[in-house]
Design a protein. Structure first.
Length: 404
């Protein structure tokens, strides 16, 4: 015989009102391999990183990943504080981070962990300084290969320091921290953006929060009304249908997007499948393209993948949006055949009823005199990625009413 026991809700439990948690910042985890920047093996050191949240709240929790680690990862101490106008921390904001009520924890290889809730009121667009002390040897550090924040590695346990010591070594990649989640006490939803390097913000100013997702968060915060968090889940070099740099978007979609607490909206913005499938194999491109194995794909393959992602988002109760693929003429990856396939996919995205809205990034970036090119003042010089002005143009083009 079995019996069921209904337990009354208890607001003093650490997990009380857990359904109200919403992700306010994220970085898709990647394996530390030669395709991305990564943190070299280290031990007895503190990783100190600054991240900017999108929406605010009265409590936060932090997600730490050992998903690509090959051994258990021990956290000896962890602290979080609100970052001041420089790279120090605001007086009185420093808080210990605990795990199941304890100041230390060990994360099994292949697993993430969530911290306990931290009573730290933060405003929208606040920067947080997160410090993790790793007392043991870390040979494989789960990371995010494009680092748009600020971070350092400091010898020993430096978690209680209020400023970064002179001579601290800069981190080359986001390390271990993959999400910050918030409880706001008011209706809040997350917009998760699945993307490649143009979502990840290659070409924007590092440490300045100038990716188009960062700027979209600023526009939403300034508008007021319901709190909407913007979570960047871009990976530079990522594809939808096949692995290469990062796990394929179709494969990581559940982990990086659908598992987002508070998810209300999904934006699909991955265009590399066609770029790499049709790219000319030259002396300049051969080495780079070796990182992208697999058979070439067609426009129909990419369309089918978009339909899968939209269906899975909607099955999860979220709205689904797609971004058109911006031009890349003039880059080493360009080919007329690839551009024709890009236009085919873009025409389908614009005309299809598969999405709740379209972000027409192609229309924003293309040069009126030659639609195969990005406007010269909007790319970083490689005819492929935006600069700060280019990403600002994308953010400003988005109709905020799509997310009402």
């Amino acid at each position: 015989m079995t019996a069921s026991i209904a337990r009354p809700s208890n607001p003093d439990r650490p997990d009380a009102d857990a359904f109200e948690w919403v992700r306010t910042w994220g970085a898709s985890p990647q394996a530390p391999d030669n395709s991305v920047s990564f943190v070299e093996p280290f031990g007895n050191a503190t990783l100190r990183q600054v991240v900017r949240v999108s929406g605010g709240g009265h409590s936060i929790r932090i997600r730490i990943s050992n998903e690509y680690g090959t051994a258990p990862l021990t956290i000896g101490a962890a602290r979080v504080a609100i970052t001041d106008s420089g790279i120090g921390t605001e007086n009185g904001s420093d808080q210990a981070v605990t795990f199941s009520g304890k100041p230390t924890t060990t994360i099994p290889a292949g697993a993430p962990i969530l911290s306990d809730p931290i009573d730290l009121p933060i405003a929208a667009l606040s920067r947080l300084t997160i410090s993790l002390y790793l007392p043991g040897q870390v040979d494989t550090c789960t990371c995010h290969g494009t680092f748009h924040a600020l971070g350092w590695i400091i010898p020993g346990d430096a978690t209680t320091l209020t400023s970064t010591p002179t001579g601290a070594a800069p981190l080359p990649a986001q390390a271990l921290i993959t999400a910050v989640e918030v409880q706001s006490g008011t209706p809040t939803k997350a917009i998760a953006v699945l993307g490649d390097s143009r979502v990840d913000g290659i070409g924007s100013t590092p440490g300045a929060d100038r990716r188009w997702t960062d700027l979209l968060a600023e526009r939403l915060a300034a508008r007021g009304g319901q709190t909407l968090c913007v979570v960047n889940q871009g990976i530079g070099g990522n594809r939808i249908l096949a692995d290469g740099i990062g796990t394929a978007a179709l494969a990581r979609f559940d982990r990086d997007v659908l598992a987002t607490p508070g998810l209300g909206h999904v934006v699909i913005a991955v265009g590399n499948d066609l770029v790499f499938s049709f790219a000319p194999r030259t002396e300049e491109t051969a080495g780079f393209l070796e990182m992208f194995p697999g058979a070439p794909v067609t426009a129909d393959d990419v369309i089918a993948a978009h339909l899968q992602l939209a269906a899975r988002a909607r099955a999860h109760g979220s709205k689904a949006y797609a971004a058109t693929i911006a031009p890349y003429g003039g880059s080493d990856m360009y080919s007329p055949e690839g551009d024709k396939a890009r236009e085919q996919v873009n025409s389908w995205i614009r005309a299809s009823d598969a999405f709740d809205g379209v972000l027409d990034f192609d229309a924003v970036w293309r040069d009126p005199a030659d639609p195969t090119l990005i406007c010269s003042d909007l790319h970083m010089g490689d005819h492929l990625h935006g600069n700060d002005a280019g990403y600002a143009a994308l953010a400003e083009s988005i109709d905020l009413s799509l997310f009402d």
